[in-house]
Design a protein around this ligand. Structure first.
Ligand code: ADP
Ligand code: MG
Length: 322
């Protein structure tokens, strides 16, 4: 049976070693060097078993998502992720669980060149808390408070996929066999749009990652910026796999507008930068879609076939809050 220190050495000491880490795991604290001219960007997210994921979720997915949601926060700030700490509370020292968790975490960390620089390992109900740090050149961070009237509203990727997978998991609908693997992947292994966030530093006036649903998250931008937004439902991108499922229109709308967990970015581009942005983004791997515009009057209006959708009364809480 491994001790706490065996666990740290065996499962939480990864190969990556960045030159800006003067001292990593093994002392009382880590020593880190922030490059000159850069601001340190910091965020923490906790996943509690039974609250944020079902207790039986595979350790591979738990590890992946715990880091991916933190990377997504970096993306939403336009930051380049660099280091993270891991505070983990474990119900036992099951080695096959720990190995799967560690392999998945190490792989995603390597892909993004983020180094695990420390943490804490305790005994108790399963809980994972990751604190991530990144850099952004001074004054270049993408905040929520600078969207202006006339700016265009964009989202990356497609929306509703993760919520549809969750709806199936909760027994709310049946999915086409061909679409299941993709949609489940979107829920369990979300892609953090880190590269896009870096590109947006030069173009976007505001940015947020969509973790609680498009309307809820766009509302953070409009409220913080003292503006409103008009969006067009038909312009909100959906995946082929989502569309394979001929589900009720009444279900599609809440999935797309208030389904969380997609971890796409929602951002605003000032009108005078739109042409250049559209040109640059065409050459990028990530697809983005213009879904509307920032307006003066507060609140968010979403229309479909030129008719207003009642976004406050969709009865979707049901999926998101269970
Ligand atoms: P202390 O008693 O000084 O808090 P710990 O025994 O908790 O030290 O940790 C020893 C070292 O291992 C520290 O460098 C700490 O950051 C690191 N560490 C502990 N748990 C983890 C973990 N889950 N992941 C990464 N590093 C960890
Ligand atoms: Mg400790």
């Amino acid at each position: 049976m491994p001790s706490e220190f065996d666990i740290i050495r065996q499962y939480f000491t990864f190969e990556i070693s960045r030159s800006d880490v003067a001292l990593g795991i093994g002392d009382d604290a880590a020593l880190l060097c922030v490059p000159q001219g850069q601001q340190l960007v910091q965020s923490v997210d906790t996943l509690v078993a039974g609250v944020h994921f079902p207790i039986e979720t595979s350790p591979e997915y738990i590890a992946y998502k715990a880091l991916a949601v933190n990377l997504s926060d970096m993306a939403a700030m336009g930051a380049e992720p660099a280091w993270f700490t891991l505070a983990i509370t474990l119900p036992n020292n099951d080695e096959s669980w720990l190995k799967a968790f560690s392999d998945s975490l190490a792989l995603l960390a390597k892909q993004h060149n983020v180094q695990l620089i420390g943490g804490d390992t305790t005994h108790g109900p399963l809980c994972i808390s990751i604190n991530i740090n990144g850099f952004v050149p001074e004054g270049k961070a993408l905040k929520r408070n600078a969207a202006a009237v006339g700016d265009k509203v964009y989202v990356s990727g497609t929306l509703g996929d993760a919520a549809l997978a969750l709806a199936q998991w909760q027994g709310q609908c049946l999915l086409q066999e061909k679409s299941i693997a993709y949609l489940k992947g979107r829920l369990n292994k979300p892609t953090a749009r880190v590269e896009l966030g870096l590109l947006l530093r030069e173009y976007a006036s505001s940015c947020i990652d969509i973790s609680d649903g498009l309307i809820a998250d766009l509302k953070h931008i409009t409220k913080n910026s003292g503006v409103g937004a008009k969006i067009i439902f038909e312009n909100i991108p959906r995946s082929q796999e989502f569309n394979l499922n001929l589900i009720d229109e009444a279900l599609i709308i809440p999935l797309v507008l208030s389904g969380g967990d997609d971890y796409e970015l929602c951002f605003t581009i000032p009108k005078d930068k739109q042409v250049e942005f559209d040109k640059v983004i065409k050459e990028d791997k990530v697809s983005v879609s213009c879904i509307g515009e920032i307006v003066r009057s507060a609140g968010i209006i979403c229309s479909k076939n030129n008719k207003k959708i009642d976004i406050y009364n969709m009865g979707y809480q049901h999926f998101v809050n269970e």
